[in-house]
Design a protein around this ligand. Structure first.
Ligand code: C5P
Length: 241
């Protein structure tokens, strides 16, 4: 199989749209590799911050990204473990503020260009599920399957606060009025990040031509998975296991 014939399932959309869960399940059931491109931008931002590089200096941020030593692995329980330059950043990488920093460096054309090869290198047989913002438009425009997920900022904020409760980062019995205020604040942050991702010059967050567009606001995760699985089976001529 030459690289060009290795199938790619490109899943794009804003954070909280359900991409992460969908991509993990798709990779599992087709036995494909998974590319979490957002993690590359998150790690680049953390590395630039650690080196004291200003986020407006594209060449310097790209140079830091080129030199960063990243390892993606799993702990003894099979949970994700990410190290950056020898430091365990598994939790920091997923924090809301790291996502915000990632979206600031993601506007830099030098950084985006630097990360192209790393992303292409993830395309390994028997196939790849690519999770991001520009998978179907810029990185893998030839992908056989293209999906664009969306959900309202309010729904995404609810999912995020629920996730924070599950992770024990917010009290499970937070009173309803505080919960509403917090959810509204998270929704505002989400709108701000979306605006930056959608309006940037380089690889803006837009659906690829021909992408299946799904609004997941009121769709259960299982229904999203079923619909995208059926599309992949049809387009790739393979069966989910
Ligand atoms: O998906 P995730 O929330 O991890 O992405 C963090 C940020 O990285 C996004 O808000 C976006 O600005 C940037 N990103 C990007 N292109 C990608 C993946 C992520 O610009 N392919």
């Amino acid at each position: 199989m030459t690289t060009a014939t290795i199938p790619v399932i490109a899943i794009d959309g804003p954070s909280g749209s359900g991409k992460g869960t969908l991509c993990r399940r798709l990779a599992q059931q087709f036995g494909f590799s998974l590319l979490d491109s957002g993690a590359l931008y998150r790690l680049s931002a953390l590395a630039a911050q650690a080196k004291g590089v200003v986020f407006t200096d594209g060449a310097a941020v790209a140079a830091v990204a080129r030199q960063m030593d990243v390892s993606f692995g799993a702990d003894e329980n099979g949970a994700e473990r990410i190290c950056l330059d020898g430091e365990d950043v598994t939790h920091r990488v997923r924090e809301e503020k790291t996502g915000e920093l990632a979206s600031q460096v993601a506007v830099l054309p030098e950084l985006r260009a630097e990360l192209v090869n790393v992303q292409h290198a993830a395309r390994k047989a028997p196939g790849l599920v690519a999770d991001g913002r520009d998978m179907g438009t810029v990185i893998f425009p030839e992908a056989e399957v293209k999906v664009f997920l969306t959900a309202s900022p309010e729904e995404r904020a609810k999912r995020r606060t629920k996730q924070l409760q599950e992770l024990g980062k917010l009290p499970a019995d937070l009173d309803p009025s505080r919960m509403r205020a917090l959810t509204a604040q998270v929704a505002d942050e989400i709108r701000e990040r979306d605006e930056r991702d959608r309006t940037r010059k380089e690889s803006p967050l837009v659906p690829a031509e021909g992408a299946l567009q799904l609004d997941t606001s009121s769709m259960p995760a299982a229904a999203v998975l079923a619909e995208v699985t059926a599309l992949c089976e049809r387009k790739l001529g393979i069966k989910a296991r």
